[in-house]
Design a protein around this ligand. Structure first.
Ligand code: AMP
Length: 504
């Protein structure tokens, strides 16, 4: 079942409205060539609206959910406006920073940079990206060589400003990408400092998943009579994403992930955890369960984060366990499924998380695993997205449940308590702020804990399910005794033999 919310349509069912082509919009021929090289044929709705407006020099406030093609919606017209100023001179002085794109996270900065590089490949325009967590030296070098387009996270950009590696006095276009996230992460003071360094006469573009009151205030402060473009209902989930929620005990969640991945042969699943500690632990435990998994969160070095992302993109990993830092901006084509291992405590985060799947019109599935005590978060989410997430019953083979539970204790370090459920409330400090992670020291020299993905541990995952003698004995015993509530639901005897859960 899919949600019934109207969203920007990239699907074939889109009603045929007269969408202008990229050529009709008047995009510069060298950009048209890059668009053709990339394989785009028709502008997405946000592109159809934003391109002409930005090309005309307007300030724009764009509300677009993830996966709508918003990166090209601002990078293409920016490049179009910069082409008349482009030159082939080797002199850095002839390549001042003319467009500054600020993003909240390193991953998003890198992805925007990749887009800018791709679209500008037939032009002499130079671009570079700077973000924290990596050696500042090569970035300094790149800045000193000159670049017309600079993509940056705010903290690291200010480091470069302090070191006088960059001059922002000729910036004519400013972009605040995922501005809502920048506010959430506490970047407002950094933004204020950066914007004071820019010429007063400039074009400003602001993109945000939603237009909250804070975002509107930001728009009033930094933008001049902006054209507002909103292609999606606020807080809408894409109608290409099928949503489902399974209730279970926290102890059953890991078995559920293993079961979903293995029984459906899923590749490239993003599993969201609420805490950095929970995220790393879950990835390690999944590896022990025979699932090729890695984690990505703000405490990992940039080198490890990039490595995990690359392995995930190349299909080497079955699962990428992520905190919300990865929920925004990650553009991995064709993620078939997103699993919320913990339900986010902020309903908007759910929209961003499941926006990782069903991108650019592809089909996607968003699965939520929730305990009875987490149901309140699901209700908040449903209120926000104005739709009911269908509840399902997940049949996890009893043997898998039995296998995964004892490993909990084995995986714990000596003296450590068995892994707590990530859903039983986060310890203070566990979550840790991702803010500030774009500044600071180079941690890339830290040894990577990335390990070669394991093969499934045994033939359990490939052979058909057969009840173990212990399970059969337990079933016989259970039939003599009244059923005990297990996994937050009453488990009938048949479950041990592969039967269904019954809602209590
Ligand atoms: P974004 O919302 O910018 O992260 O883009 C989401 C995905 O849509 C990316 O994989 C883009 O490559 C893809 N995309 C962007 N524009 C188009 C287009 N006009 N046609 C098809 N795919 C697109």
């Amino acid at each position: 079942m899919t949600s019934n919310i109207q969203t920007p349509a990239l699907t074939p069912e889109t009603p045929a409205v007269a969408v202008p082509t990229f050529a009709e919009i008047g995009l510069h021929p060298s950009l048209l060539q890059a668009v053709i090289d990339t394989g785009y044929t028709t502008p997405t709705p946000i592109q159809a609206q934003a391109l002409p407006s930005i090309m005309a020099g307007n300030d724009v406030m764009g509300a677009a959910q993830t996966g709508t093609g918003k990166t090209a919606a601002f990078t293409l017209p920016i490049l179009h406006r910069l082409i008349p100023l482009a030159n082939t001179s080797a002199s850095p002085a002839r390549h001042p920073v003319r467009a500054l794109i600020l993003t909240p996270t390193r991953e998003l900065a890198d992805q925007v940079y990749e887009s800018v590089k791709r679209y500008s490949r037939h032009t002499p325009l130079r671009s570079t990206v700077v973000f924290g967590g990596v050696d500042i030296g090569p970035q300094k070098e790149a800045l000193r060589n000159g670049c017309e387009v600079l993509i940056a996270t705010p903290g690291r950009l200010l480091d470069h400003v302090e070191q006088k590696n960059v001059n922002l006095s000729q910036v004519g276009i400013l972009v605040l990408d995922e501005a809502d996230r920048m506010l959430d992460m506490g970047f407002l003071p950094d933004l204020d400092r950066i914007i004071r360094l820019l010429p007063a006469q400039r074009q400003a573009l602001l993109f945000s998943a939603t237009f909250s009151n804070e975002i509107r205030k930001l728009g009033r402060t930094y933008l001049n009579a902006p054209v507002e473009i909103e292609v999606a209902n606020r807080n809408a989930t894409a109608d290409t994403v099928t949503q489902i929620a399974y209730q279970m005990s926290s102890d059953a969640k890991r078995a559920a992930v293993v079961h979903l991945v293995k029984s459906r042969g899923l590749k490239q699943v993003i599993v969201f955890s609420n805490t950095k500690i929970g995220c790393g632990r879950l990835a390690r435990q999944l590896e022990l369960d025979g699932v090729r998994a890695e984690s990505i969160h703000g405490d990992k070095s940039q080198a490890d984060r990039m490595k995990a992302l690359e392995s995930f993109k190349s299909g080497e990993l079955e699962v990428l366990v992520a905190t919300d830092v990865a929920a925004r901006g990650l553009d991995v084509a064709g993620v078939p499924c997103v699993i919320n291992y913990d339900l986010p405590h902020t309903a908007e985060d759910y929209v961003h998380r499941i926006g990782r799947t069903g991108r650019a019109g592809a089909k996607g599935e968003a699965i939520a695993l929730f305990t009875p005590s987490e149901e309140k978060f699901l209700l908040d989410i449903e209120k926000l997205i104005k739709t009911t997430v269908p509840r399902g019953v997940l049949q996890i083979p009893g043997e898998l449940l039995a296998r995964v539970a004892p490993r909990e204790a084995r995986a714990s370090a000596p003296g450590e308590r068995p892994a707590r459920s990530a859903t039983s409330g986060s310890r203070s400090g566990e979550r840790g702020s991702e803010r500030g992670s774009d500044r600071g020291v180079d941690r890339s020299a830290r040894p990577s804990r990335y390990s070669t993905p394991q093969k499934p541990i045994d033939e359990f995952f490939t052979k058909p399910y057969e009840p173990s003698p212990a399970a059969v004995a337990a079933a016989a015993q259970a039939s003599a005794a009244p059923a005990k509530p297990v996994l937050g639901v009453k488990r009938p005897v048949g479950l041990l033999l592969g039967g269904a859960f019954k809602k209590s």
